[in-house]
Design a protein around this ligand. Sequence first.
Ligand code: TC6
Length: 738
Amino acid sequence: VKDDAEEKKFNNNTKDLLDIMAFYSRVSGSVGVITLQNPPVNALSAAVRQGIVDTMHRALSEPEVKSVVICGQNGKFCGGADIREFRANMRGPPLVPMIHLIEAAEKPVVAAIEGVALGGGLELALGCHYRIAHSKARLGLPEVTLGLLPGAGGTQRLPRLIGVPAALELITTGRHATAAEALQLGIVDEVTDHSAVDAAVKFAQSVAGKSLDARRISTYPCPRSPDLAEIFEKAMQEVRRSARGAIAPVTCVQAVHASVTLPYAKGMERERELFSTLFTSGQAHALQYYFFAQRAVSRWSTPSGARWDTSKPRPVHKAAVIGLGTMGRGITVSLAQAGLSVVAVETQEKQLLEAKQAVSGMLERSAKRRGAPLAHDKIKYSCSIQAVADVDLVIEAVFEDMALKKTIFQQLSGICKPGTFLCTNTSGLDIDELASQTQSPELVVGMHFFAPAHVMKLLEVVYGPRSSPEALATAMEMGKKMGKVSVAVGNCRGFVGNRMLKPYLEQAFFLLEEGATPEQVDQVLEEFGFAMGVFKVSDLSGLDVGWKVRKADGLVVPGSTGKSARIRGGSRYSPLGDLLCEQGRFGQKTGRGWYQYDKPGGRVAKPDPWLHGFLEEYRARHGLVARRIDHQEMLERCLYALINEGFQILQDGIAAGPEDIDVIYVLGYGWPRHRGGPMFYAGLVGLDKVLERLEHYHQVYPNVSGLKPCSLIRKLAASSSPPIHRWREFIQKPRSQL
Ligand code: TC6
């Protein structure tokens, strides 16, 4: 129910802002120019929409004005609807009639597209009669990535303009097209290397007074071909396969289908109907939360009060990578592609040669596939660690072995020029222990890359208790330069990602002991939306990795029997992973693990009867009676144990906020993006419900510490489960660490 006084106040405010949100001017006497003004991306907020409507009316009513240009300030046409408004009461003129007003105009309207025309921004341009783009502009309908469909006529106009197959591809992937591609597809009429606004004004003058009958896309018939039914069937199969449970891509196909089967007006009704369903869905909420979370993590802070806006990064021109195994190679490629000079060090000549060839191949492949720069000449290879003497930053990427890493840090501390940042690509070792090997511990930080390092977007930047804010800021900035999403995390065993993985994996092992198979557990997780279940991932990354860590921790006791075999330090322990490794089953690389593969290095996982027999024998040996475990229990135990650890991490101050954890899980661990991340998911399920289930499982399994609800989740649930953006208020500030 609208509050009249409030509405009036809003309208007055909007009126005050009109000149700011859509600026009107007259150019060359006869062209009305409407400039969207809403930094940073000229999103179509209520005030901008109001501004467009008002200035359009003005342009149409002024007899001197013969044509109109719509553009955006600061070289950006428009980034689409204002996503921040989606969760508030929608006000101001709606987008669809606003675009109709433009399309129906009797004076030609030309869109001058610079920077971006995305989502509602492109839909606005499609309502114009002509489109001129700058050669560097990017155009697209990315609504699907926000759990929506292009609901301002995009699903009805784009297929009419460029045909069904191309429209389907752009709408269901949400990808951005370059101006050159947009020209080739027929989305824009002209591309210029100079000012698109100047070109559009000239163009507008040239078309003034011409008939617009053939320029209104909504009046076009949708291009038809005899294989349309097949095209839709294939598109539907493809989105169902790749969407992993996301509903928006499927709904996008349905909306485009309406453009072919229904007249325009009816198609628009169908678009609105489908849009409304998506708009209120939990998935749209999750994806929009994730959009802002991914941007929020760059505004990092630490418990000691160091912050992104008060800590200055130092420029890095030359970097070094020590150790050219799989990770070191990927990091070298990323650094070189970011334009840095790189010294790549591997002490064994043969390995160095192999690495050089591999890195060249990786550079060539990513140049071919993703248009990345061919940066061979940026890299200098060396067998000697002395070669790093003049670099600004070193990333050590040798084996995950503390003794070896310590030796290297001692060497680096002596070799490098003063002030060189020393970073380690460890996935969980103590940063402080490494820092203590150097003369300047404040220059040491962790940079935890994910394999393959030149492809994966995530970087955990780990600050130790003595890392300086400048070192942290520099590593964060380096990540950004490499095209990564960097998340600052505190120093603890496994940091954020791997620390949360531990209780999750533990539950998966326990489920096998109690009667499940790896296939059943994986199926439940894949149905939830994970790209791969926990056992398939484990086979892919190698079972020996965790085994090595457990051995170093003294958890592996070969040949142990009886009750003690399944207890460590008073807590339940499953030796199943250790037993598989003892059999030489390391996963894909040995052709056997939790599944079997046709050969070592094979990728297609098949159920292994040997493993099923092994599990039966194991249960019999330990007096365990297999039971049928339902899907709900499997899912809850795996996910809630992981989420519980996430709350503990927040409470310990290792992650600054839930957004940091969610971004790490989506980008690094295959958590389905349309579920927002584990912490968002917990909020969506309801913290009281998650707490109740954890309490239940902890009662059933009192010796599993991972199921004991953390005090933060209790505190939040007791405070009526506040929305996720308020959780930080409930986290007690730990004592200063930096
Ligand atoms: C739609 O149009 C639906 C239509 C149908 C309706 C019926 N709204 O990414 P950056 C903020 S759905 C609000 O760091 P870049 C962003 O949060 C929309 N805010 O910059 C950030 O704020 P912060 C379809 C937005 O240069 C700041 O702007 N459109 C919006 O790396 C800078 O952003 C899209 O999906 C927005 N639409 O990339 C496009 N866009 O500084 C979404 C950005 O407070 N946007 N912000 O953190 C993008 O993909 C990128 O922002 C970009 C610019 C490519 C436009």
